[in-house]
Design a protein around this ligand. Sequence first.
Ligand SMILES: Cc1cc2nc3c(=O)[nH]c(=O)nc-3n(C[C@H](O)[C@H](O)[C@H](O)COP(=O)(O)O)c2cc1C
Length: 208
Amino acid sequence: MISTQTNLEKIMQERKSVRKYKENVEIPKEKLRYLIEQATSAPSSSNMQPWRFLIITDQKEKEALLPIAFNQEQIATSSAVIAVLGDLNMFEKAEEIYNANAALGFMPQQVADNMAANSRKLYGNMPKEKLKEVIQFDAGLITMQIMLLARDMGYDTVPMGGFDRQKFAEHMGLSDNEYAVLLLPIGEAAQEAYGTSRLAVDDILRFK
Ligand SMILES: Cc1cc2nc3c(=O)[nH]c(=O)nc-3n(C[C@H](O)[C@H](O)[C@H](O)COP(=O)(O)O)c2cc1C
């Protein structure tokens, strides 16, 4: 039995989807900014970092989202709703990303140039549906980091795929290249999340 429980394990176990929030709790924008900034240490495909964020803190704006999110109350009662977006044109930042790697001394400029060119070619020619898959996967990785860090900062969250993406995009005036992956309400829990079971490890794991 491995019995050492690290702080990370504790946070992982504490994270639960909270759907009841204390109303009128404000999270300072600086804290939300810090949360996103720290979470960007997440890995992403070719380090293209396709995630973009739109954080809705205004009460009226949150309430306007209720029908778009099938009236799930956490949209309106949480302190903020973090919309995790994916940029289908993320490869346009390939040079910026790899030039920064070179400038920081992580790779020679020649290598950075090659990698940027390869990334541009790979993602630029990828069918939209496949690109969406890449983006959603990367967005999931950073969302997990946000949820864990939020818990560490004393906040709770609930990842939400239950919303009308088309209506959300129209309502928020997203550009054509931005895809809404997930909504993530964040706030202070008013009521503990209900427990959720997990499949036994032996049912989901095999070695070869
Ligand atoms: C991609 C995704 C979409 C989800 N969508 C919703 C949602 O729309 N509404 C909701 O209340 N919970 C939603 N959940 C939360 C799950 O129901 C929850 O994570 C699961 O039951 C396990 O519970 P736990 O998060 O408390 O451990 C979603 C979770 C994920 C990962």
